[in-house]
Design a protein around this ligand. Structure first.
Ligand code: ADP
Ligand code: MG
Length: 280
């Protein structure tokens, strides 16, 4: 049976904007040894800005941005939003495919446009530049021809540093799992003083790492996007952050944080431990 104090704990968490979906998760939260975070939208603001455009193969910079915007018109990804902010377009979309953790493939105004990362270009066999820049690179291909790339940069949330610090004080190892490139991940991990990070992961890759971490520890995984839903479902405690809000992530989560503050993960672990002390 579930101690009554667990329900009091759930009530306290709710007042902080943290919805714990069952008393059993109080127990698991209190035992957390590893807290793994998604990067984009979870530790970073996810408010990307276009900071550069490089054109290739006879395209110009405006073309690259325009084709990317046409491809991203129907995506909710933070990357897509930044491109649409930099370039307003309209077009008639004939087919649309969003490939989680990679990008989009769209047929619009008669052109087939692919916009996304290295992995997507490999999958689509598009010869492209491999570049190491301080930012996320979105490659663009039009009708099978590489058009160039867009450089986008994101910012770390102020609250992320607080989250890492508090979790470390609670004795948790803090890990980041991201679909973004190793170069970008490394910068974020170093700035935040993370214990460990894994980059260039597809949604199933995040699940694999969660499983690996779970072989030794009780694992909390917190993410925000549709690409995080499988790992949220798999983790001992799956947390959805609803700052940017993917319904799929919230649906499978054990805990939903109603704002975009990663430090709420530390808060709910603290609350759970307190709740358990009351039981004994
Ligand atoms: P994270 O795990 O950091 O939240 P995602 O899994 O959402 O990152 O995305 C991983 C990578 O996939 C992004 O860094 C980007 O390169 C690419 N990507 C995903 N969705 C899109 C999109 N709509 N347009 C362009 N690139 C995308
Ligand atoms: Mg994310």
């Amino acid at each position: 049976s579930i101690p009554l104090s667990y329900f009091a704990g759930i009530g306290k968490a709710a007042k902080e904007g943290i919805l714990v979906k069952g008393a059993n998760f109080i127990d698991a939260l209190s035992k957390a040894g590893v807290v793994a975070f998604d990067k984009t939208g979870t530790l970073t603001k996810g408010s990307f800005k276009v900071v550069g455009v490089i054109a290739k193969n006879g395209f110009n910079e405006d073309d690259v941005l325009k084709f990317a915007a046409l491809a991203e018109m129907h995506s909710n990804h933070p990357i897509a939003k930044s491109i649409l902010e930099a370039c307003k377009v309209s077009g008639s979309v004939e087919s649309y495919e969003e490939i989680a953790g990679m990008g989009v493939k769209v047929k619009v105004n008669g052109d087939t446009i692919i916009a996304g990362n290295d992995a997507l270009m490999h999958a689509e066999e598009i010869e492209h530049d491999t570049c190491r820049v301080e930012g996320t690179v979105v490659h663009v291909a039009v009708n099978g021809v590489y058009a160039g790339y867009i450089i986008i940069s994101d910012e770390i949330k102020d609250d992320a540093a607080k989250a890492v610090e508090e979790l470390k004080m609670l004795g948790c190892r803090v890990v980041m799992l991201t679909g973004d490139s190793r170069g970008v991940a490394e910068i974020v991990a170093r700035k935040l003083g993370l214990d460990e990070f894994y980059a260039e992961l597809l949604p199933e890759g995040k699940v694999k790492i969660v499983e690996k971490l779970e072989s030794e520890n009780t694992v909390v995984f917190a993410g925000d996007g549709i690409n995080d839903a499988p790992a949220i479902a798999r983790a001992d405690v799956g947390v959805a952050m609803s700052g940017l809000g993917s319904d799929a992530a919230i649906e499978v989560a054990d805990v939903a944080i109603m704002d975009d503050m990663p430090s709420k993960v530390a808060k709910v672990i603290k609350l759970s431990r307190k709740t358990q002390r009351i039981v004994w």
